[in-house]
Write a protein that binds this ligand. Structure first.
Ligand code: EPS
Length: 396
């Protein structure tokens, strides 16, 4: 059984989103303001839809925390949907005999509408949209904020930036410390570290909006302060990059995940793909002049910067709708149009930070255990003293 588990529930226009995270050690200082800080970051990004302005995403901690510290018991969170008041007849749990508004009868290519409607035998594919919507990521960000706080207590920092939106690209290597990345990225309308590249991405989004189109892109997640040895090579389901890829692929619209050199390694010879070992200056452990592995070798963290990228497809709701079919009659029709974003890549990067935090926090508890934060920290420090992380050596 996983050492850290979580569940989410709730529909986009239902009463609320709820989530439970189980396995958090006792004694972790946790405030709802820390959850709100991450939820506010999820709303950022040029090209986000009107929903972000409608929702205050205020989160309630319903259990597992007392007087500002975790108890070690399951932590239940709830975020009410402000928009519920406009949808209560459409989404009420009680039976409804009135005229059903907002039916979804013409599936949007690229979303879950058609396949989900056929799989669950829903004639009104709104039953699919409501759960398949990216609104669900709101509660996963809140749950991820708990995991992030636990990691922060251990000195682990998580940051993200956008490296591509449409044809706008920013692959300049990151030189700032992870903690500083979010200060720069949060201030960018597209979470891009380079100003010129960010301006190009904004222009791409403006052009897409004008054309009634949508845009995807690529974001990069960076994690510092990890120990050597999270994950394992001994069994397929313990290889950490597999858990990371699964978590990121579970985010709406993600179609690809890579670690370190990633797909570029497919075209690079081994002599330029691996990280050579050098004796570290203090002769305790090893260092490497490069980090092409992106911080993971053989299913385990090396202790170098963890570098993960994810590719997001353009959102499926186009204001200039694609061709589709009215299922009830079989007639050709324009796809359903629903309020949506033009581009949500900056938001996906922030959500990705939370999903990665949940995976890493679980891997930490799997390796170190500890019912209390105090016990976990002691074990963490002992390990890092005995087996230091692989450090980046100065370039020769
Ligand atoms: C989103 C909430 C949704 C969408 C969007 C992002 O809210 P609503 O449907 O009420 O506008 O704006 O979701 C999608 C683009 C999608 O395809 O699911 C959010 O909170 O991130």
């Amino acid at each position: 059984m996983k050492k850290l588990r979580f569940l989410t529930a709730g529909e986009s226009h239902g009463k609320a989103l709820v989530g439970i995270i189980e396995g958090v050690p006792s004694g972790l200082a946790l405030t709802v303001e820390e959850l709100h800080a991450e939820l506010r970051r999820r709303k950022l990004g040029f090209g986000r839809g009107a929903r972000q302005k409608m929702e205050d995403d205020r989160c309630e901690i319903l259990s597992g925390v007392r007087h500002g510290r975790t108890l070690g018991s399951p932590i239940a969170l709830m975020i009410a949907n402000q928009d519920w008041k406009n949808w209560s007849d459409v989404m009420q749990a009680e039976s409804y005999s009135g005229e059903v508004r907002r039916k979804l009868e013409v599936p949007r290519p690229g979303h879950a509408d058609y396949v989900g409607g056929r799989k669950y035998r829903h004639e009104d594919m709104r039953n699919v949209l409501e759960r398949a919507s990216a609104r669900e990521t709101t509660i996963r960000v809140a749950l991820g904020a708990v995991a992030r706080k636990l990691l922060a207590e251990l000195g682990v920092g998580i940051g993200s930036r956008v490296t591509r939106i449409g044809s706008g690209e920013d692959t300049a290597p990151v030189t700032t410390a992870v903690e500083a990345i979010n200060a720069i990225a949060d201030a960018s309308p597209v979470r891009c570290l380079g100003e010129d590249a960010g301006a190009a991405m904004v222009r791409e989004i403006e052009a897409a909006k004008k054309a009634g189109d949508t845009l995807g892109g690529v974001f990069e997640l960076l994690v510092s302060g990890l120990p050597l040895g999270l994950g394992s090579y001994v069994h397929w389901d313990r290889r950490l990059e597999g858990e990371i890829a699964r978590a990121l692929m579970s985010l709406n619209a993600i179609k690809g995940v890579e670690v370190g050199l990633g797909f570029h390694a497919a075209a690079t010879p081994g002599s330029l793909s691996h990280d050579e070992f050098l004796v570290s200056e203090d002769r305790n452990g090893l260092s490497s002049p490069t980090n092409r592995s992106g911080g993971i070798d053989g299913g385990m963290t090396t202790g170098q910067l963890l570098v993960v990228r994810a590719a997001m497809k353009p959102l499926a709701t186009l204001m200039s709708p694609l061709r589709s079919v009215k299922l009830a009659t079989g007639e050709a029709a324009e796809a359903h149009v629903e309020r949506s974003d033009v581009c949500a890549v900056p938001a996906a990067a922030v959500i990705g930070e939370s999903l990665l935090a949940l995976v890493l926090a679980e891997a930490v508890l799997e390796k170190f255990g500890g019912d209390s934060l105090e016990e976990l920290c002691a074990r963490w420090e002992d390990w890092n003293r005995a087996v230091p992380p692989i450090r980046k050596s100065p370039l020769p």
